[in-house]
Design a protein around this ligand. Structure first.
Ligand code: FAD
Length: 278
């Protein structure tokens, strides 16, 4: 295959589209809905590159799709230059889309546990909705710094069905348990046997979850977020160990996480390609 064949694919071609709807989810997070037939076929765990004209192109997890209508949603936290510009955009505004990129979560059944931190809940909600009709039980642990930053609580209680299966933690105790998500996780792992565990969130959190599940010899799939530029394994910004997160992930299983455990939650590449502590 020639390099040009690799670069010029339907997935990687930039498509322009218009924002259809913007919904405020919290003080810092908004959900954007738009049409894109390619990404509307995405599976839970996949991401897209969203171009804000004249500003930047950023990676975002896919929150929801309506495949038949070609409609897709992403949820975006305002953390810097590109996301601030996006937060100022309204329905009708033009954006560019490439993707979907990356692999997806394995859709297992049985007793399922999901653990999301911050905007890491985004790909897990997409997954939980896909699993909800096919599986025995879904337990979701969601964590944020404070009550106002807990995301999609209504949607989460729908997929969890029973009240006790949705566990929320906040750092300041304004809602749910005052602790990190790893605390209720440690308790649950001592009480119950899970068939599949999925996580996404800050890498330090993912590392602790990996260590806990390893202790109990349980399967884990984690979606990692690293600096990404190209989204297809060329630029190397997202390297961890022998993997390029955008191409080989973003979802990694426990065997792969074991191979990269020295770097996981410890160091990453910055925009200049230098290794820096996390
Ligand atoms: C696979 C993947 C999925 C993601 N999904 C979501 C999501 O669903 N919702 C959401 O709000 N955010 C998500 N992010 C993070 C989002 O891409 C960054 O918040 C965004 O790029 C920040 O851009 P900025 O210009 O506003 O911030 P900047 O001012 O450029 O930087 C602020 C911080 O954002 C992070 N960041 C900046 N640029 C990138 C980049 N190109 N790739 C990754 N991180 C970056 C860095 O940690 C940086 O310190 C995801 C990241 C990845 C890699």
């Amino acid at each position: 295959m020639k390099l040009s064949d690799y670069l010029i694919t339907k997935t990687n071609t930039l498509r322009t589209t218009n924002i259809i709807d913007v919904k405020t989810e919290s003080l810092s997070v908004k959900t954007y809905t738009f049409k894109d037939k390619q990404c509307a076929k995405a599976k839970p765990g996949q991401f897209l590159m969203l171009w804000i004209p004249g500003i930047d192109e950023i990676p975002l997890s896919i929150l929801n799709t309506t495949t038949e209508k070609g409609i897709i949603s992403v949820a975006v936290k305002n953390v810097g230059n590109a996301t601030q510009h996006l937060h100022n955009m309204n329905p009708g505004a033009t954006i560019g889309i490439r993707g979907p990129f990356g692999n997806s979560f394995t859709q297992n059944h049985g007793n399922i546990l999901l653990i999301g931190g911050g905007t890491g809940t985004v790909p897990l909600i997409f997954l939980a909705k896909n699993l909800s009709n096919k599986t025995k039980k879904i337990t979701f642990i969601t964590g944020a710094k404070t009550k106002n930053e807990l995301l999609f609580m209504d949607q989460l209680s729908n997929v969890c069905q029973e009240k006790n299966n949705l566990i929320a933690t906040t750092n300041d105790g304004t809602y749910g348990l005052q602790c990190l998500v790893t605390e209720p996780l440690a308790t649950l792992l001592n009480q119950e046997k899970f068939d599949a565990i999925y996580t996404c969130g800050p890498e330090v959190m993912v590392k602790k979850i990996f260590e806990l599940t390893q202790k109990h010899k349980l399967p884990l799939e984690a979606s990692l977020e690293r600096l990404m530029r190209c989204g297809m394994g060329l630029c190397g910004s997202c390297v961890i160990g022998k993997y390029r997160v955008c191409r080989d992930g973003t979802v990694f299983n426990e065997e792969q996480l074991n191979e990269i455990k020295e770097e996981l939650g410890t160091s990453k590449l910055n925009f200049s390609g230098n290794k820096i502590p996390i």
